[in-house]
Design a protein around this ligand. Structure first.
Ligand code: AGP
Length: 607
């Protein structure tokens, strides 16, 4: 997934483009580039690697212009090289693109046969040339774009400049996000709102196949037929300080420590603190009639869905299927009568998950989305939306979005249990009381940060980790493993603790740290036995547990974090925090780029 930005106004847009790309870098950072149209010339600067490399280039070769576009890349077609960096151009057209043109090879062949010399390996490069061919046939720029788009198969968000029209910026989208920012004497485009909030809060969220025509003082949106369409202007709630990391060293660290606040903000949307009831739930779909729940998501959001399975089946007695989105629709899942599909996505733009939403809706089944980014594609296309209120999550490794997803899913499970007549009021109040205590427990757990840093120092040179958990903390073991591997580049595997003896136990030796997630719940004794099995084979154990009486204390773990918490229901929200901190500190000690790990992007908007 890539980040694109554009601007047209009375100021030199280059500094604005660069600042905007800095806020979009979490979307991809293999290469970056900017282009302006100025004094009858298209000027382009591109650099491989981090944005700082492009900034350096601009210091020695500055760019001045009053209309420009910028791009930060997550490579899909062609390695991250300078010649594959965006923007891409023809003689008179320059383009930045987020998405994948699936029929690009056929179009490349057609252009080459016409004598066009393509310089990159990318799918994007064919776009400016196709548009230019239409200009040469006498079309105006907007018509040229409008007639080119139907030839493209796949997903795109495009920013387009024209050499002969320095007073024009064109933008369009299909399946990749793109918004307009409306300023005074200047207008903007971007992949999301964060780079634009310093300049304007007035945003227009484009729909698929909208073509935006921007001038300094005005804008218009037309459809593929050239007809004007109206789109609402919305006030963005994203505030500039929310996208700054100070006083923390990394966004990920900030977002780990923001979790108590994020949870409080999220639960306020669903709990009545006085009556201890779940309130303000959508009336449609009718939760009382639901007979089966499909949960579909990717990555960390998928792990949240796995936790929800335990909660919904336990509280509501409804069977739950949980799938990774990239598998779900290809296995032809039977979509049961009175079924409900829940899609979970922080960004609301993940292509695999969005494709599942569309697949299920086309089959006539209702879709409930749990999303963090308002106005995102998934939020706008779902039948009902439950928002996490985590605020912008910039770190590529998801933390506060995960625990706020769990908070919303816990509320959903309670609401389903109540609607299905399986939860008495006092039971609902007891569960809600646990949820009300989560933020306070999180604050206390975060005080273990220093101790966890000490464990990280001891274990940072390990070449592999095993994470074990049972019940609703088994997905937490999976999440702990994902956090560690995606930011420290150390291989890690999450496993059901009871399954270890069926294979992974062969891996156990003093070189393989085993992190055991073991709340003092009814399964604690079983997990304690698994811990003994590890110790008996010379393994090193990190035990994450809680105070508790009347239960066997397992053999001395090598490292132990004891959480001051109670309540089995909320354990997943709490036990993930030490794992987030462990992954964070190991990655920092190893010197990896914690907020922008190699090869990753914050939201993958390609399948
Ligand atoms: C989480 O740490 C990862 N960065 C990744 O697995 C992420 O959860 C996944 O790509 C899904 O993203 P989404 O929640 O925005 O759909």
């Amino acid at each position: 997934m890539c980040g694109i930005i554009g601007a047209i106004g009375e100021r030199n847009v280059t500094p604005l483009l660069m600042e905007g790309l800095k806020r979009l870098e979490y979307r991809g950072y293999d290469s970056a580039g900017v282009a302006v149209v100025y004094q009858s010339a298209i000027q382009v600067r591109r650099a491989v690697g981090k944005l700082s490399n492009l900034r350096e280039q601009l210091t020695s070769q500055p760019l001045v212009g009053f209309v420009g576009i910028g791009h930060t890349r997550w490579a899909t077609h062609g390695p991250p090289t300078e010649r594959n960096a965006h923007p891409h151009r023809s003689a008179k057209v320059v383009v930045v693109h987020n998405g994948i043109i699936e029929n690009y090879l056929e179009l490349r062949r057609e252009l080459t046969a016409c004598g066009v010399k393509l310089l990159s390996d990318t799918d994007t490069e064919i776009i400016p040339h196709l548009i230019e061919q239409r200009l040469e046939q006498g079309d105006d720029p907007v018509t040229a774009v409008r007639l080119t788009l139907p030839r493209l198969t796949g997903a795109f968000a495009l920013g387009i400049l024209f050499l002969d029209h320095p007073d024009l910026l064109v933008a369009t989208r299909r399946s990749s996000p793109l918004i307009l920012g409306l300023g005074h004497g200047e207008n903007f485009i971007a992949s999301d709102a964060t780079p634009l909030v310093p300049y304007t809060r007035r945003m227009v969220y484009l729909n698929d196949n909208d073509i935006a025509i921007l001038h300094r003082e005005s804008y218009q949106i037309v459809d593929l037929a050239g007809q004007t369409v109206e789109r609402a202007v919305k006030e963005s709630q994203v505030s500039a300080e929310l996208t700054e990391k100070w006083p923390y060293r990394h966004f990920m660290q900030k977002e780990i420590f923001e979790q108590p606040t994020a949870i409080t903000q999220t639960l306020q949307g669903f709990l009545d603190y006085a009556s201890r009831r779940i309130v303000d739930f959508p009336t449609q779909p009718d939760l009382g009639r639901v007979r089966f729940v499909n949960v579909v998501a990717c990555g960390t959001s998928y792990h949240a869905g796995l936790v929800a399975k335990y909660w919904i089946e336990g509280l509501a007695g409804i069977p739950v299927g949980v799938d990774v989105a990239s598998e779900f629709r290809y296995r032809q899942p039977p979509l049961a009568e009175n079924g409900l599909t829940v899609v979970i996505s922080q960004s609301g733009e993940t292509a695999d998950t969005l494709a599942c939403l569309r697949h299920v809706k086309a089959a006539g089944q209702p879709v409930l989305a749990i999303v963090n980014v308002p106005e995102s594609s998934i939020a706008r296309e779902a039948d009902a939306v439950l928002y996490t209120r985590a605020g912008p999550e910039i770190g590529v490794a998801s933390t506060k979005a995960f625990t706020t997803q769990l908070a919303v899913l816990a509320c959903l499970a309670i609401a389903l249990g109540r609607a299905q007549g399986r939860l008495a009021p006092h039971q609902e109040q007891e569960l809600v009381a646990q949820l009300q205590g989560v933020a306070g427990h999180m604050e206390r757990i975060l005080t273990h940060d220093e101790a966890i840093l000490g464990i990280a120092r001891e274990l940072m040179h390990a070449t592999g980790f095993l994470f074990l958990g049972r019940g609703s903390c088994f997905p937490i073991a999976l999440e702990g493993a994902l956090k560690l591997k995606e930011i420290s580049y150390i291989h890690a595997e999450g496993y059901a603790a009871g399954e270890m003896k069926h294979g992974p136990i062969a891996l156990i030796d003093e070189e393989l740290p085993v992190v055991v997630v073991a709340p003092r719940d009814p399964l604690f004794e079983k997990v304690a036995s698994n811990l003994e099995e590890v110790k008996a084979r010379g393994g090193r154990v990190v035990l994450i547990s809680s105070n508790g009486s009347g239960q066997r204390t397992p053999a001395a773990a090598d490292f132990s974090i004891t959480l001051d918490t109670s309540g089995d229901f909320i354990a997943p929200l709490l036990y993930v925090i030490p794992l987030q901190l462990l992954a964070y500190h190991i990655a920092v000690l190893k010197g990896t780029d914690v907020d922008q790990p190699r090869n990753l992007a914050k939201s993958v908007t390609v399948e």
